[in-house]
Design a protein around this ligand. Structure first.
Ligand SMILES: CC(C)(COP(=O)(O)OP(=O)(O)OC[C@H]1O[C@@H](n2cnc3c(N)ncnc32)[C@H](O)[C@@H]1OP(=O)(O)O)[C@@H](O)C(=O)NCCC(=O)NCCS
Length: 166
């Protein structure tokens, strides 16, 4: 029987396992380093959501808070300018362990992440994605904004946003 999914904020001891998933799921230099993952957990655990199955992390979403969102800002990935109390959230990674992909886990993770951000009073969630994932994020309720100025990893990126109306 598949164990019940459990959601929680990341803790520092999760960094190594999250890094393992990050490098197995993202190609080449698209993956964040262990240092960046540890930093994101340390600085903004409430924006670093992990999904556990039977006590093992199988996926996560991490993010930072920004008053003024500049999506092509590479330094923000190291949380330069991050403000945990800002009204806008910028997602940096959405990842599921390849062994667990295609079973709806990113959908569960995103649904939980959105609910938590809404409950925290955030106004918008922003992210950048590749061509192949635009449809996926539209399904999650994000709106296409524009092609990104970033050429991170030598790839074309697109900016997407979710705005909460309240
Ligand atoms: C993208 C990713 C998070 C999806 O996780 P997942 O748990 O396999 O996704 P799900 O099973 O919840 O699938 C959700 C939906 O998206 C679709 N989907 C999954 N991966 C997709 C992809 N690479 N491209 C387009 N659609 C995709 C699924 O078919 C599914 O559609 P359905 O609801 O109509 O069946 C996962 O493939 C991953 O970790 N990839 C590497 C990291 C990455 O590229 N993340 C995206 C950052 S921009």
């Amino acid at each position: 029987m598949t164990p019940e999914p459990l959601f929680r904020d990341a803790v520092p001891a999760d960094a190594a396992r999250c890094y393992e998933i990050e490098i197995s799921a993202y190609e080449g230099d698209e993956a964040a380093t262990l240092d960046k993952i540890a930093l994101r957990i340390g600085e903004y655990p409430q924006g670093f959501l992990v999904l556990e199955l039977g006590g093992r992390i199988v996926g996560f979403i991490n993010s930072g808070g920004a008053d003024n969102v500049v999506m092509a800002d590479e330094a923000f990935k190291e949380l330069v300018g991050h403000d945990p109390d800002a009204e806008n959230v910028v997602i940096m990674s959405v990842v599921v362990d390849p062994a667990f992909q295609g079973q709806g886990y990113s959908t569960l993770l995103m649904r939980e992440f959105i609910a938590r951000m809404r409950a925290m009073g955030k106004k918008t969630i922003h992210l950048m994605c590749r061509d192949s994932h635009v449809g996926l994020y539209e399904k999650f309720g994000y709106r296409y904004v524009k092609p990104s100025e970033s050429d991170h990893g030598g790839l074309a990126w697109h900016e997407m946003v979710m705005e909460f109306s309240r």
